[in-house]
Design a protein around this ligand. Structure first.
Ligand SMILES: Nc1nc2c(ncn2[C@@H]2O[C@H](COP(=O)(O)OP(=O)(O)OP(=O)(O)O)[C@@H](O)[C@H]2O)c(=O)[nH]1
Length: 786
C-alpha cells in the first residue's frame, strides 16, 4: 500500500480512538542505511567534495529517501556550485527554504525512514493535486464586497492608503488647518449645509471626508464597555468636557437632533455635496442621536445598546419633519426647510433609511418547542469531478417539481447551443457562467426541497481538486453526505484515486458520520449488479477504515441523468431484477433529526453576503451553528467588532420572527457598513462574543508530513494563511497523552500530534472547532482546536 493510500484510509476520530502506539514507518535499518548511503554518495561525489560533511550527506539522503543520485545532485548544487554563504538559505526557524515539509532541522536524523530508493514522481503519482498548474489553482470565490486595503476591510493592520489618497489627505489636512486658524475655531468645515450657498466659498477639508479616522484606527476589537451612544460630530475641539473621545471604534458616526433638525449635522456624503461655512455648531442636547460611520467622538453612557436605537430616532425625526405633523413646534424657518430638503436628500441617497424593528421579545426556545416541526437536514453532495453530482441533484429537484419543466427546457436549449446538452440538469445547480461554460461546479450551490418528514438543504460541492476549499465550506455545514460515484468503466477507478476518497475522508474529519453512496451512471454499464457489488465492496471497505460505522453507510444504485432510483423507483428490468431497495430520496428521509445547540451562545458563520436590495441593503445568509435569535436583536460581527441589528429575518426563504440553531437563515442587517463584513466572519451575541485569535493549539491527525511550515487553515468558509509554529508533541492515539520526545521536528502521516498554529490575521475561532490544514493545494492534516 502506498503511503498515499495508507493516509486515505485514516480517520481522525477513528485514529484518535484506535491507535496502538505503534510506528507504521519504523525501520530498524535506518542507521545502517544512512551509513551505507553515505559511503555510496562519497563514491559518487567529485574529489573536491571533501568539505561536505557526513551530516550534510545524511540530510540529503534522508530528504531524498536514500536516492543516491538525487542526493549527489543536490549536494553538488548546494555545496559545490555556489559560494559558501549562499549554500544554506534558511528561514527564520532554522528550516531550509527548500522542501520545507521534509527537511530535518539541524541535520540530526531522529526519525526513521524508508529503506528503498525513493522517487517522488512515483510516490505522488496518485496525488494529483500536487501537479496542479498555477493558472488552475484559483480555489476560492472572492466575495462581492471590498476587503482590506483602502476600504478598511478586515485586515488587522492599518489599511493601506494609495499615493493619491495620501496626497488628497495631506491637501485636505492643510486646508483644514488653514481654515481652523482663520476661524474662531469652533466651526466644522462641513457644518454648514446648504443647497444654495455654494457661492459662499469652498469648504474643503471636512474631517468626515478626510482619509477617514476609521482608517487610522484600524482596531477590530469590539469596544463592548467603551462603546457609547455616539455623538459623532462632536470632534475634540468642540466636545463638551464630559465627552470622551472614543479611540478604538471604527464608527464614523454623525449626529442629528430630532427635535432641532435645523441644528442637524449632515452626513459625510451630504456635507461633501452641499458644504457651506455658515453653520453654527450643533447643540449637544439629550435628543442627539447617531448615525453610524461618521467620524467623531462618542459621549459617555454605560450601556451601548440602551435607549432607542439611532435608527428609530432618525426614522421618527424624518417622518415628523417630512410630514409636518410634528405640529407643536414653531413654523419652519428657511434654514429648517433647507435642512428638510437635505434630510430628504439624505434619505433618497439611502445613507440611512433603515428603520429598526423593535424586538418582540419572544421566548424563542418556547416558540420553537411549540412549533410543529419538520426535521431539518443539510447534506453535502461530494465525489470526484464529473461523477454526476449536479445532474443528480438537478434531477432530484426536477422530479420533486422544485424546478419546472419550462426551466429545464430552457436550460436544455441553452446547453445545446453550447454543445453541452447533457449538462441541462446540472445547470439547475451550476448557475455561474464559468461553471456552465467549463462544465464544472466551482462554488457550493445551495438548494432546498421538502419531503413529508424533512426540510432538506442541498450543498452541491465542486468535485474538482482545485476547488476543495469550497467543498470544505459546504461540508462544514452538513449533517450528512451523499457521495456520488461514477460507475462507468474506468471512471470509478480513477475517481477512487482522485477526490472520491479525499472527499470522504474530509467530511469524516469534519464530523460528518452518515453517508449515502449514490452509485451513479449505472445505465452506462447496463445496470450490472456485478459492477454495483464490486463498487459497494471497495467503497465500504474504505469508508469503514475511514471511521464510518457500517450502519451509517447506504448504497443506492441509480442514474441521475435518467432519473432511476432518485425520486421514482426504477423500472429498468436490468435493475429491478436485483434491486428493490429504497430510492435516494427515501434513503435521505431516513436521516435522524439533528441535535441543535439551542442553549449555547449564538454563532453564525457568514456564508454569503447580499448587498444593494432596495428594502434590505445588506443581508447575510448562513446556518445558525448554536443559539437562537429574533428580529430586533443586536449582533456582534467578528472580527470587525462591529455591532449591528437584525432588521428582518428569513428562515428557508420565508419571513420569520425568530430562528434557532440548525436553521439556515437570511438576516437583513441594519446599522453596519458592509465593509465590516465578509464571508467566513462570525455573527454572535454581543454579550457572549466569540474570541478573535491569532494563534491556537490543535490536536491534529497528519495526512502528510508536517513540520513547522506554511499552511492554510480552513474552517467552513473561513480560510486564512498561517504556519505551524511548533509541534508540541506527538500524541498517543489511545490515550491522547504526549508520547516520545518533546517538540519533535516532524509529524509523519498517520501520526497524531499537538501543534501550535500561528495565523497571519486574527480570526474568530473557538474550541472545539474542527479545522482542516492545507498546504500547496493538498490537505495535510485535520483536527480539533483545544
Ligand atoms: N450516462 C450518464 N451520464 C451522466 C449521468 N449523470 C451525469 N452524467 C453526465 O456526466 C457529466 C458530468 O455531470 P455533472 O453533473 O456536471 O458532474 P459533477 O459531478 O456535478 O461535476 P463537478 O461538479 O464539476 O465535479 C455530464 O455530461 C452528465 O450528463 C448518468 O446517470 N448517466
Amino acid at each position: 500500500m502506498s503511503r498515499h493510500k495508507l493516509v486515505k484510509n485514516l480517520d481522525l476520530d477513528d485514529e484518535m480512538d484506535d491507535y496502538d502506539g505503534g510506528d507504521d514507518y519504523a525501520d530498524d535499518d535506518t542507521e545502517e542505511n544512512l551509513r551505507l548511503g553515505t559511503i555510496r554518495v562519497r563514491e559518487e561525489l567529485p574529489e573536491a567534495s571533501g568539505h561536505i560533511t557526513d551530516r550534510q550527506i545524511q540530510d540529503a539522503l534522508w530528504h531524498y529517501y536514500y536516492d543516491v543520485d538525487k542526493s549527489v545532485a543536490y549536494l553538488i548544487k548546494e555545496y559545490m556550485a555556489k559560494p559558501k554563504k549562499e549554500q544554506k538559505k534558511k528561514v527564520a526557524g532554522g528550516f531550509y527554504l527548500f522542501f520545507p515539509t521534509l527537511q530535518v532541522h539541524g541535520g540530526e536524523l531522529s526519525s526513521k525512514a524508508c529503506s528503498k530508493p525513493f522517487s517522488f514522481a512515483e510516490f505522488f503519482k496518485d496525488t494529483p493535486w500536487l501537479n496542479v498548474p498555477p493558472e488552475r489553482q484559483a480555489v476560492f470565490i472572492a466575495p462581492l464586497y471590498p476587503r482590506g486595503g483602502l476600504l478598511g476591510g478586515s485586515s488587522d493592520g492599518a489599511p493601506k492608503m494609495s499615493k493619491l489618497q495620501a496626497l488628497a489627505a495631506a491637501r485636505k489636512k492643510k486646508a483644514q488647518e488653514q481654515k481652523a486658524s482663520e476661524s474662531s475655531g469652533v466651526e466644522k468645515p462641513m457644518a454648514g449645509l446648504s443647497l444654495n450657498e455654494s457661492a459662499s466659498g469652498p469648504s474643503v477639508g471636512s474631517e468626515a471626508t478626510e482619509p477617514s479616522s476609521a482608517l487610522k484606527q484600524p482596531s477590530r476589537r469590539f469596544p463592548l464597555l467603551k462603546r457609547k451612544d455616539s455623538k459623532p460630530h462632536e470632534k475634540s475641539q468642540k466636545a463638551p468636557p464630559h465627552v470622551e473621545k472614543e479611540p478604538e471604534t471604527n464608527d464614523i458616526p454623525m449626529s442629528i437632533s430630532p427635535g432641532d433638525l435645523d441644528q442637524a449635522e449632515p452626513s459625510a456624503f451630504a456635507s461633501t455635496m452641499f458644504n457651506s461655512r455658515d453653520r453654527s455648531p450643533p447643540k449637544h442636547s439629550a435628543n442627539l442621536f447617531t448615525l453610524p460611520y461618521a467620524a467623531t467622538a462618542t459621549p459617555a453612557t454605560t450601556d451601548p445598546f440602551a435607549g432607542p436605537s439611532p435608527d428609530d430616532v432618525v426614522t421618527a425625526a424624518q417622518s415628523k419633519v417630512a410630514s409636518g405633523k410634528g405640529g407643536k413646534g414653531p413654523p419652519k424657518t428657511s434654514v429648517e426647510k433647507k435642512t428638510d430638503q437635505i434630510a430628504n436628500g439624505v434619505e433618497a441617497l439611502k445613507i440611512d433609511d433603515t428603520p429598526k424593528v423593535t424586538s418582540k421579545n419572544l421566548d424563542v426556545l418556547k416558540e420553537f418547542e411549540q412549533k410543529e416541526k419538520k426535521n431539518e437536514a443539510n447534506f453535502v453532495v461530494i465525489g470526484h469531478v464529473d461523477a454526476g453530482k449536479s445532474t443528480l441533484m438537478g434531477r432530484l429537484l426536477y422530479d420533486l417539481k422544485v424546478v419546472d419543466q419550462r426551466t429545464i427546457d430552457r436550460y436544455r436549449k441553452e446547453a445545446e447551443k453550447m454543445g453541452k446538452s447533457s449538462f441541462a440538469l446540472a445547470w439547475v445547480l451550476d448557475q455561474g457562467t464559468e461553471e456552465r461554460t467549463r462544465g464544472v461546479t466551482i462554488d457550493i450551490a445551495m438548494n432546498k426541497f421538502s419531503t413529508n418528514k424533512t426540510n432538506f438543504t442541498i450543498l452541491d460541492a465542486p468535485g474538482h481538486r482545485d476547488f476543495i476549499p469550497n467543498m470544505i465550506a459546504g461540508a462544514s455545514q452538513a449533517d450528512f453526505a451523499v457521495l456520488v460515484i461514477d460507475a462507468s468503466t474506468g471512471s470509478f477507478e480513477s475517481g477512487l484515486k482522485g477526490q472520491t476518497k479525499e472527499h470522504a475522508l474530509l467530511v469524516r474529519s469534519m464530523g460528518v458520520s452518515r453517508i449515502i453512496i449514490a452509485v451513479n451512471k449505472l445505465d452506462t454499464v447496463a445496470w450490472s449488479q456485478e459492477r454495483f457489488d464490486e463498487i459497494s465492496q471497495q467503497v465500504s471497505a474504505f469508508l469503514t477504515s475511514a471511521g464510518f460505522l457500517p450502519k451509517n453507510v447506504a448504497f443506492i444504485p441509480c442514474s441521475g441523468l435518467h432519473g432511476d432510483n432518485i425520486v421514482r423507483k426504477s423500472t429498468e428490468p436490468g435493475l429491478t431484477s436485483w434491486y428493490n431497495g429504497p430510492t435516494l430520496v427515501e434513503e435521505l428521509d431516513n436521516s435522524e433529526p439533528i441535535t441543535r445547540a439551542l442553549t449555547r451562545p449564538l454563532r453564525i458563520t457568514i456564508g454569503d453576503i447580499f448587498r444593494g436590495g432596495v428594502q434590505n441593503p445588506l443581508s447575510i445568509s448562513g446556518r445558525i451553528e448554536s443559539g437562537s435569535l429574533q428580529t430586533g436583536d443586536a449582533l456582534l460581527a467578528q472580527p470587525a467588532g462591529e455591532k449591528c441589528f437584525i432588521k428582518a429575518l428569513e428562515v428557508d426563504s420565508e419571513p420569520a420572527d425568530w430562528a434557532v440553531a440548525g436553521q439556515n437563515v437570511t438576516i437583513h442587517l441594519s446599522d453596519i457598513d458592509p465593509i465590516h463584513l465578509k464571508v467566513g466572519d462570525v455573527l454572535c451575541s454581543p454579550t457572549s462574543p466569540i474570541k478573535i485569535i491569532k494563534e491556537f493549539t490543535a490536536k491534529v491527525l497528519a495526512f502528510e508530513f508536517l513540520t513547522p511550515m506554511q499552511i492554510d487553515v480552513h474552517r467552513g468558509r473561513l480560510h486564512t494563511p498561517g504556519r505551524i509554529r511548533e509541534i508540541v508533541s506527538l500524541l498517543d492515539k489511545g490515550s491522547g497523552a504526549p508520547t516520545g520526545k518533546k517538540r519533535p521536528r516532524i509529524v509523519k502521516p498517520a501520526q497524531l500530534a499537538r501543534v501550535i498554529v500561528e495565523l497571519e490575521a486574527a480570526v474568530p475561532l473557538e474550541a472545539p472547532a474542527r479545522v482542516v490544514l492545507r498546504s500547496n493545494g493538498a490537505t495535510v492534516a485535520a483536527g480539533l482546536l483545544e
